[in-house]
Structure formats: C-alpha cells, structure tokens
Design a protein around this ligand. Structure first.
Ligand SMILES: *Cc1c(COP(=O)(O)O)cnc(C)c1O
Length: 230
C-alpha cells in the first residue's frame, strides 16, 4: 500500500536498503531508524502509520514531547544526538536506546537514572572514527574500557557501536571510515554475543555503510524531506 507520501518515501528507502543488502550478499537488510529531528509529531505519526517502528531524535527536550504525544503506538525511541550529562536523567527515562554514549560520566549517569520499571536501557558507544575535533564520540582506543563499564551496569545493555564519519566528498574515504568501524565492531562482537548493532550510514551514504556491514542505518531527509530550520 503506497497511498500516502509517507508510504512512498518509506517504500523507496526500503528498496534502497534491499538493493544494498543484495549487492553486499547479505541475507537481511539493516534495520531502519527514521530520524525525525525538527519534524512535528504528526510527521512521525504518518510514518508510523506506514509501518515504521524505530525513530531517532537528536534533542532530549524535543523528543520527550513527541514520545509523550505518540505514546501507546508501540514505537521505539533512540537518542542519536549529543547528550549532556545534566540531561542524562531525562534521557534515561524516556528513551529505549541511547546511541551517543562516549564517556564514563555518561555511563554512570545513565546507569544511575534508568528507572527500574523501564528495563535495561540499550546503549551504543559513539566512536569519533575520523578523529574530528568538532565531533563528539570516544576514540577507538577508549572503546574497551567504556564497553566494560556499560556491561558492568545491570540497568544498561551494551548493543554495539555508532559513528558519524566525516562528510568526505570522495566515497572511498567515507567507505574507509565505515570499514574501520566494522573492524572495531567485529572485535567487540567477538567477545559478546549480545552485541548486534553497528549504526552507521545516513540518507546520502547508506549504500556505502551497508556494503561495509552496517546493521542499522539512520535516515532523515530521504524519509521526511528537508528539515525545517531549528
Ligand atoms: C540528522 C541525523 C541523521 C539523518 O541524516 P539525513 O542526512 O537527514 O538522513 C543521522 N544521524 C544523525 C546522528 C543525525 O543527526
């Protein structure tokens, strides 16, 4: 059923993911996270009506409003924006996943504030894979210690890694960053069967990310159109 603009956009992105998985000779396409930052709850509701279940948000306050507005629809909410420690309590309460854990203080704050009734909070470690001074994320060498800290917290569940590589114009350089993430991920996953998620790739480069082993892609503009200004 492709009767609405949301259905059509979702069908088009799913077709890209299926084609990318086939090209990479992978049995299944990656999970699709729909990134709704700056779009209203009504736009998210339309995509949910079209069958999308997992949604990513960048700003805790904005997300909290949408999560409340769309409660009861069985949606899964991922924080994919930088998390300040003073927002960790609210983030731990409202999200199902936090993909941007990059420092010990945040591990401790999320672990302490996850409400027991919500079950364990799914966590990805964000890696600054291109070592950009402007970007958040831990270094590759910090991954083992952070992973150990998350695993030691009963209120957290380590699921894998996330990255936002530098937006190099040349696809080969982006692909190289995705490949380095894949190697880090394989090392981590080899130690822990619960680790199943490598979140990388966006509207412009999801094919490259899937070719290098992304298990989840984060797609905004290809699903929702251009973002309104903040
Ligand atoms: C906005 C955003 C996306 C989606 O980007 P598009 O180019 O619109 O697909 C993915 N990941 C993160 C971390 C983002 O902030």
């Amino acid at each position: 059923m492709s009767s609405t603009p949301s259905h059509a956009a979702l069908d088009a992105v799913r077709a890209r993911l299926d084609a990318a998985a086939r090209a990479a000779v992978r049995p299944l396409p990656p999970r699709l996270l729909a990134v709704g930052k700056l779009h209203p709850a009504s736009a998210i509701a339309a995509l949910a009506d079209a069958g999308q279940r997992a949604f990513g948000e960048n700003y805790v306050q904005e997300a909290a409003g949408k999560i409340e507005a769309l409660a009861g629809r069985g949606l899964e909410w991922h924080l994919i924006g930088h998390l300040q420690s003073n927002k960790a309590r609210q983030a731990a309460a409202v999200f199902d996943w936090v993909q941007t854990v990059d420092r010990m203080k945040l591990v401790e704050a999320l672990a302490a504030h996850r409400p027991p009734a919500r079950g364990a909070l799914n966590v990805l470690l964000q890696v600054n894979i291109d070592d950009e001074s402007s970007k958040h994320g831990c270094t590759p060498s910090e991954v083992p210690a952070l992973a150990a800290a998350v695993r030691a917290a009963p209120s957290l569940r380590l699921r894998g890694l996330m990255a936002i590589p530098a937006p190099h114009a040349e696809p080969a350089r982006r692909r190289d960053a995705f490949a380095r993430m894949r190697r880090l991920f394989d090392t981590l996953a080899g130690q822990d069967p619960a680790i199943d998620t490598l979140s990388m790739g966006m509207s412009e480069d999801l094919e490259l990310a899937v070719a290098e082993g992304a298990t989840m892609v984060r797609v905004g503009s290809a699903l929702f159109g251009a973002r309104p200004a903040r």
